[in-house]
Design a protein around this ligand. Sequence first.
Ligand SMILES: [Zn+2]
Length: 53
Amino acid sequence: MAKVPAAQTRLFKNLFICRNCKSTMRADGRKIILRKVKCRKCGGTVFRTRRKK
Ligand SMILES: [Zn+2]
């Protein structure tokens, strides 16, 4: 089974999970850091990456 790093990056890099309501958001990582992304469910701006767990 071959891993495809590029596909993995694409799948995980721009995926973030809201710390408040745990909904998944797809957004630019820089925007997440700059808190320009709001969770569409709860309006929170704190996200974590999907890879963390
Ligand atoms: Zn949320």
